[in-house]
Design a protein around this ligand. Sequence first.
Ligand SMILES: [Zn+2]
Ligand SMILES: [Zn+2]
Length: 252
Amino acid sequence: MKNYHTHTRRCQHAIDSEEDYILSAIQSGYTELGFSDHTPWLYDSSFHPTMRMEAYEIDDYVSTLLKLKEKYKNQISIKIGLECEYFEKYMDGLRNMLKQYPIDYIILGHHYDGSDETGIYFGHPLTKSQLSQYVDSCIKAMETGLYSYVAHPDLARYDTSDPFYKQEMLRLCIKAKEMNLPLEFNLLGYKTHRHYPNDSFFKIAREVGNRIIIGTDAHESQSLLDMKTYHQARQHLENLGLSITEDITFLR
Ligand SMILES: [Zn+2]
Ligand SMILES: [Zn+2]
C-alpha cells in the first residue's frame, strides 16, 4: 500500500509531526509514504499565504524528511514531494526549487486561479468560464510533464448534472489519459463529505479509461490509521468499475 498525499504542520492547517505520520503508515502496513505539503511560491508581492509553508521553510521540510527517510529506511520507503498549483507566472521559480532540492515528485492540487494572491478559489461555486479556466490550467500543468498525478481533480465546484460540466471535465480526463497521469480519489473529501470526490466526475473518468489513485490527503497522522475509510473508498471505486493504481512516475 502506498500514499503520496501527506501534509505537515508547515501548511498551518495540519497537525502532528512527520515522524507521527511515518509511524502510523508503518503500523497500517504502508510500504511507501510520500509527503506532499503545500508548496511555497516565490511571490513578486509581499503576500503571505495562510495555507502553505513560507519559502524559507522548504530547507527544513526537506532536511527533516531526509533524516527520517534514513532513520526508517528498513521499515518504509519515504518520498519527498509537494502539492503544487499551476501558477503560470511563478513556474520558473518552482522549476528552480525542484532543481535545488531533492524533491522526488509533485502532485497538481490546483486550488487557485493564477495565484492565491488575488485568484479565486476553485472550490467555491464557479461560473462557466471559471470552470473552463480550471480545466485549461490543469491541462497546461499536465503538459509541463512535471506533475505525477492530479489531486482532487473534481475540486472545481459546478453543477455536476449540467452537460457543460461533463464537456469540460472530459477535456481534463482525456489529457490525463494521454499523459498517462492518474487522477486522485481524495480520501479527506470522501471522509468529510465535501463536494469532491463526486461520482459524476468518476463516471466520466471511467468512460475515458483513466487510472485512479487513492490519496489520503492526510492533515493528521490518524488519517493513515483509518483503514476503514480506505477500504470503503476502494470498494466504492470498484463498484463504479474504475481501475485503481498506486504507481506514479518520479522526477528523479
Ligand atoms: Zn491542505
Ligand atoms: Zn489540495
